[in-house]
Ligand binder design. Structure first.
Ligand code: AMP
Length: 486
């Protein structure tokens, strides 16, 4: 069956949102998705329910584009709503994949929005297709709908059956005619929080999605927990045999918004503390550095923490143009380089002949670092010391963050010294994995036996089995039909 599957990468860095019991449920959802826009900028969608019928609008682009026509949201009627933001630039991000997905099943309609990636999609899909299932999308999320559809029992039994059949990372919001359901996988890899606004319950990928509508953060959904919000009350069940919180470390390093609170930690504070660790691990830096410059915005908080600790000034020596997308959005190397130039410009004539610590959160392919080091050198900076607020990224993510293949990851093929030469820096230091754990409050660093986060990009330790990947099939996307992005 291998030939059926497209080779293009999944880009499922998504945001999910749900509202239970509000007369403006669709408006709140659109606002929530706007706050979660950084999690996915390629498409957006909302499905609502008025207890009898469902109403949907989905489209390619950012939330403000998809819902720009003022007539759309008033037509999404009902007091229950879910929404989704998705990343993607290839055929796989065509309209057919835009979430929430919706299906009419024997018990009625059901809509689903998913953040994360499944690791056994192919295995399940093959079985379902043999049994006659017809897939409408190429997204792994549709597998969950098919499993719910073919399972036996009441709605919750069927959802539980579906969730026990899948492996991978999944934070989900589901909508039926009268209930909102939130799910986090048994390791809680992707975030999901529960909030409240008067008598309205909210589910959001991050707490910044609650702030925007003035809702209070109640708590994180627990690993392996299913929250069923129905009849104005919440039921919680935990149907998985083994659950153990191991959220994604990269959410803290790069992906989540700095003002979000994940598992009780403010993301900005964590990033600043990683900067402190970076300084602690390089005790001579205050002798060789004159000024600390972040690569904005991803390096801002860690650069600030690092500069505090080495007691050298923090300056915005590079200005970011906010009107271009993230570097990874571009597909070809040549365009990617151009996009770095479109995105950053030096602001540093006053730093001429100075020794600079250039701080970023991560090096992935090295594209950003190469260009910015060159930019600074062209401005007459004396030395560029690159300081990275994460360990070297050596392993791809299969749990929902878009990383390139192992071969494209600079740190998987080069030593640190080779990377330093490749990016043209005078010195290069990465914070250690223990340092990151210390910044998160674990004084002894990473516990090998029971790490508290999934840090596979750095350690190669994947907590959830990579079933499709180990079988040599990934991404598992059924794709005989390629549709260019609309
Ligand atoms: P690169 O330029 O390929 O080395 O990528 C590193 C830059 O991209 C850093 O500035 C990061 O802030 C950013 N970055 C890291 N991970 C991701 C990701 N999954 N998607 C988009 N940007 C990322």
């Amino acid at each position: 069956m291998k030939y059926l599957f497209s080779k293009s990468k999944p880009r499922d860095e998504c945001g999910v949102y749900g509202v239970y019991n509000h007369d403006k449920a669709a408006n709140l959802t659109a606002l929530g998705l706007h706050a979660l826009q950084h999690r996915g900028q390629d498409s957006a969608g909302i499905v609502t329910s008025n207890n009898h019928k469902f109403f949907a609008h989905r489209g390619m682009g950012q939330v403000s584009d998809v819902f720009s026509n003022k007539e759309i949201i008033p037509k999404l009627i009902g007091r229950l709503s879910i929404g989704h933001n998705r990343y993607g630039t290839t055929g796989e991000s065509a309209l057919k994949n835009v979430q929430p997905l919706f299906s009419e099943l024997d018990f009625g309609g059901i809509a689903i929005a998913h953040n994360g990636n499944l690791t056994n999609t192919n295995q399940i899909k093959e079985k379902l297709i043999k049994n006659g299932a017809i897939f409408q999308s190429t997204s792994d999320t549709e597998v969950i709908l098919h499993l719910i559809s073919t399972a036996k029992g009441n709605l919750i039994d069927r959802i539980v059956y579906a969730l026990q059949s899948i492996t991978g990372a999944f934070s989900l919001v589901l909508l039926t005619n009268d209930s909102l359901i939130g799910v986090r996988d048994p390791f809680g890899i992707r975030p999901l929080v529960l909030g409240k606004l008067n008598n309205t319950y909210i589910l959001s990928s991050e707490s910044c999605g609650l702030d925007i509508i003035g809702a209070d953060l109640i708590r994180d959904v627990e690993p392996g927990e299913i929250l069923i919000i129905k009849n104005h009350k919440i039921d919680s069940i935990k149907p998985f045999k083994k659950t153990y919180l191991r959220p994604c470390l990269f959410e803290y390093i790069y992906f989540s918004r700095p003002d979000s609170i994940l598992e009780g930690r403010n993301v900005y504070d964590v990033r600043k503390s990683i900067g402190h660790q970076l300084a602690i691990e390089n005790p001579n830096d205050n002798k060789i550095i004159d000024v600390v410059i972040p690569i904005p915005d991803s390096g801002n908080a860690s650069a600030l923490g690092y500069s505090e600790k080495i007691k050298k000034p923090f300056e915005f020596g590079i200005i970011r143009n906010h009107y271009t997308g993230r570097t990874f959005i571009e597909d070809s190397i040549s365009v990617r380089n151009l996009s770095v130039k479109l995105k950053h410009n030096p602001n540093i004539f006053s730093f001429k002949d100075k020794s600079i610590a250039l701080v970023d959160d991560s090096i992935v392919r090295g594209t950003t670092s190469v260009k910015i080091v060159e930019m600074l050198r062209n401005c007459g900076v004396k030395n560029v010391h690159m300081r990275i607020a994460s360990p070297p990224v050596k392993h791809p993510c299969f749990y929902g963050i878009d990383t390139p293949t192992k071969e494209e990851l600079l740190a998987s093929k080069f030593t640190i010294d080779q990377i330093k030469k490749y990016i043209g820096a005078d010195s290069l230091k990465f914070v250690t994995l223990d340092g990151v754990y210390k910044a998160l409050g674990f004084q002894n660093g990473r516990e090998k036996e029971k790490p508290m986060f999934t840090d596979h990009y750095f350690s190669g330790d994947y907590p959830v089995k990579l079933i499709d990947q180990d079988a040599g099939i990934y991404p598992a996307q059924l794709s005989l039909l390629i549709e260019p992005t609309k």
